[in-house]
Each structure stands twice: as C-alpha cells, then as structure tokens.
Design a protein around this ligand. Structure first.
Ligand code: GDP
Length: 296
C-alpha cells in the first residue's frame, strides 16, 4: 500500500467508527483492526503495530469516554502520537558543522540508491555554502567510480577514487586524508553495497569505518523493500554504528512502513528522503508532517 492510500484507509476506519450510532468495544475493535491491517499492508512490522494497538487500548481505558465524537478524537490523537513515536527515534541526528571537518560514511545495499544519495547530500550542503567532497570506496562494483565521478563533475564537487586500486580501505583512507588537507568540511565516503558473501561486505564496512573514523554513518534504504526493511537495517546497525537513515525512491510506489521499521531497527532518525533520480530531488525529513500527511 502506498503512503497516500495508507492515510486514506486509516482515515476511513476512523470515519466508519464515528458514523456508528453507538461506539462500543466492537466498533472500536473494528476500527483498530482496520488501522492495523492498513499498517501491515504498508510494511510496518507486526511487532510495532501490535505495540501501537496495545498502547491505544490502554489510552482508551484511561480516558473518560462520555461522548462518541470524543472517542474518535482520542483514537485519532493516539494513532497520530503512536505513529510519531515510531517514526521519531527520539534521538537528534548528529549534525555536521559548517567549517569544521566531518566525515560522513554511507552504507546500504547495492541498488538502494547510495551513490546517487551521496551526491544529493553533497549537493544539498554545497548549495548552503559547505565545501563537500566525495570519496568512492566501492571497488567491488564495476562502474561505481565512473558513476560517482560523473555525478560529482556535474555538481562541481571534488572527488577521489581509483580505477587501479582494488583495496577500498586504502582508497577511503587516502581520500579522507587528501580532503582534510584541502579543508573540505564535509567528506562523504561511498562504500560498496555488494559482495560475494555478506560477511565480507560487513567486514569491509568495519575496516573502512576504522580508517576513516566517520562522525556519522548514514544507512541508505530503498523504500520499496517492504517487510525486509527491519532485518536489513538491523544487519547494518550490527556492523557499523549507523547514526541516521535516508529513505530513497519515495516518489515511486513508496511504502510508508519501511521508514518506520528502519527507524525502529537502527534507533536512528530518518534525516532525508529521496524523491527522484535528479540531484535536487531530495527533502529534509520531518517526523510530524510526515505522519500528518500519512493520516491525511
Ligand atoms: P547504489 O547501487 O546503492 O549506489 O544505487 P544507485 O545510486 O546507483 O541507484 C540505483 C538506481 O536508483 C539508479 O537508477 C538511481 O537513479 C535510482 N535512484 C536513486 N535514488 C532515487 C530516488 O529517490 N528516486 C528514484 N525514482 N530513483 C532513485
């Protein structure tokens, strides 16, 4: 279920409840089940949905439910605040400071939109007066360096990489070193997203992280991966200290649930969303408006 549909379905479930003559437990349960179904179809993890349902029931029990329209309002507010709780990690993201060197490492599976997002992130900051630089530490995927180089050239952002060197750790170390000397204040390291074995991918990430000592590790996730979002995010979080999440391809058949699950798995905030293939199709993520939009 795409994001807009999810909001509509939840709103309909609430409307049906308020149209009922008597709002008894049966009507409330039907409403909550409708909301639950909508969230599950949007790939929100079952555990999160169950938790939310329990919390709403607790809130309802504690409230004086005199008039029917109050119940609708109470449930609506509870759904809103529960969704905000899921999407808001409660932890403010590490924000790099202009003029002070920060190393930002990007991780995520191949195809997630990582390389595109690295450039978008650099471009976004460059427009705000930063001095970003891009380092291509993906030596596994043929063409990764060319792609980064092409994007970086288009945006006039300095880049570092190599066609010859096959050791990503060496390239990452050298690139970061060089751009530190050049006083770049936002050094972005793009890492590989695929290996013959998963274990070697995570080991490589650990080594790149060790040598570059990132101030922030950003996990990039394709919004269309559905229920796999939670496990995938968790696997990355276990290997490197993910501090923020960027969700890509929110323009397509984007499911809202993936974002909620990634936040739950990494306990890190979503900071941006990708809304297209172009460099400037990139938006700051804000939990409250996101949930409001979700609920129509
Ligand atoms: P990587 O393998 O993770 O580095 O992924 P890429 O950056 O090469 O992106 C994979 C594909 O997704 C490319 O065709 C990108 O143009 C596309 N892509 C990345 N971000 C977005 C987005 O926000 N929206 C859309 N529609 N496409 C995107």
């Amino acid at each position: 279920m795409v994001l807009a549909e999810l909001g509509g379905t939840i709103t309909n479930a609430l409307k049906r409840m308020s149209n009922a003559t008597i709002i008894d437990e049966k009507v409330i349960n039907e409403c909550l089940n409708g909301i639950t179904r909508a969230l599950l179809q949007s790939d929100v993890r079952l555990e999160l949905v169950k938790n939310m349902q329990d919390n709403i029931k607790k809130i309802l029990k504690n409230e004086e439910l005199a008039a029917g329209h109050n119940k609708r309002k109470i449930i609506q507010q509870a759904v809103y605040s529960e969704l905000c709780k899921i999407v808001d990690s409660g932890k403010p993201p590490v924000t790099p400071k202009k003029g002070k060197t920060s190393v930002i490492m990007f991780v995520g599976l191949q195809g997630s939109g990582k390389t595109t997002t690295c450039t978008k992130y650099a471009y976004y900051h460059q427009k705000k007066g930063w001095k970003p630089a891009l380092v291509c530490a993906d030596t596994f995927r043929a063409g990764a360096f060319d792609q980064l180089k092409q994007n970086a050239t288009k945006a006039k952002i300095p880049f570092y990489g190599s066609y010859m060197e096959s050791d990503p750790v060496k390239i990452a170390g050298e690139g970061v070193e060089r751009f530190k000397k050049e006083n770049c204040d936002l050094i972005i390291v793009d890492t590989s997203g695929r290996h013959k074995q998963e274990a070697s991918l995570f080991e490589e990430m650990r080594q790149v992280s060790e040598i570059t000592k990132p101030d922030l590790v950003i996990f990039v996730m394709d919004s269309s991966i559905g229920q796999a979002a939670y496990d995938q995010a968790l696997a990355f979080k276990k290997s490197v200290s993910v501090g923020a999440v960027i969700i890509t391809k929110m323009d397509g058949h984007a499911k809202g649930g993936g974002a909620l699950s990634a936040v739950a798995a990494t306990k890190s905030p979503v900071i941006f969303i990708g809304t297209g293939e172009h460099m400037d199709e990139f938006e700051v993520f804000d939990a409250k408006p996101f949930v409001s939009r979700l609920l129509g």
